[in-house]
Design a protein around this ligand. Structure first.
Ligand SMILES: N[C@@H](CCC(=O)N[C@@H](CS)C(=O)NCC(=O)O)C(=O)O
Length: 219
């Protein structure tokens, strides 16, 4: 029997960490429940702490054969999904491509602090870019090089970083959103890749939901 999943996420317009496993779940293709906790509210911290041992979301609740458990942290959630649903090929099947996709995803998970801080995700809005620090500019150049390199080396089988849609795309989706919000345009294959991600049906769905939050004054 398929497990039943509930993904606990934050306000869509802002929650870059929630977008990543949400896209992975969409790629798995099973129905799942969502529980949304509003970010940047006085109630946020207690609500998140009541659910998550780390005090952070996203968190995936898994119910399987009467047993329930939680997986927290975006990277642990997508790794769990990749293991539970091998048919979804959430990581590339070629081992060199897979090791590179894991390296890129880990680099995103633990790095690019300046981009996160200076270009915070505001999915549904369009803004002018602030004056960026050297660290942020270096991060943007690194991402452009990485996207161009992997598209050329591994992207033959489709329009995503490693050809087929993978966890690496989930991990860079918030960066695509940030570059769109702040009008940061890349060159070459990296530019085409960003356009592919913006047009992805699940990204468009997240965008519509983020727009609704903004329209309702929730973000
Ligand atoms: N390393 C964590 C980071 C998660 C994170 O920072 N989540 C933010 C929301 S996007 C959070 O939980 N904030 C709680 C709060 O604002 O109190 C992951 O990969 O899941």
């Amino acid at each position: 029997m398929s497990p039943s999943y509930t993904l606990v996420i934050g306000t869509r317009n802002w929650s870059s960490w929630s977008l990543r496993p949400w896209l992975a779940l969409k790629a798995v293709g099973l129905p799942f429940q969502e529980k949304l906790i509003r970010l940047r509210q006085p109630t946020t911290k207690p609500e998140v702490s009541a659910i998550s041992p780390s005090g952070h979301i996203p968190l995936l609740k898994v119910e399987s054969s009467g047993q329930g458990f939680a997986v927290w942290d975006s990277l642990a959630i997508v790794e769990y999904l990749a293991e539970a649903h091998p048919e979804a090929s959430l990581w590339p099947t070629n081992s060199t491509a897979r090791a590179t996709a894991r390296s890129l995803s880990a680099e995103m998970h633990s790095g690019f602090a300046a981009i996160r801080q200076e270009l915070s995700m505001d999915f549904a809005r369009r803004r002018s870019a602030p004056k960026l620090s050297e660290a942020a500019l270096t991060g943007i150049a690194r991402i452009e090089t990485a996207w161009n390199d992997v598209r050329h080396q591994f992207g033959g089988g489709g329009p995503f970083l490693f050809g087929r849609f993978s966890i690496a795309d989930c991990f860079y989706a918030p960066v695509v959103s940030r570059f769109t919000t702040y009008g940061i345009v890349l060159e070459g294959a990296a530019r085409d890749y960003a356009a592919t991600m913006i047009a992805h049906p699940a990204m468009a769905e997240w965008g519509r939901l983020a727009e609704a939050e903004v329209a309702a004054g929730l973000a």
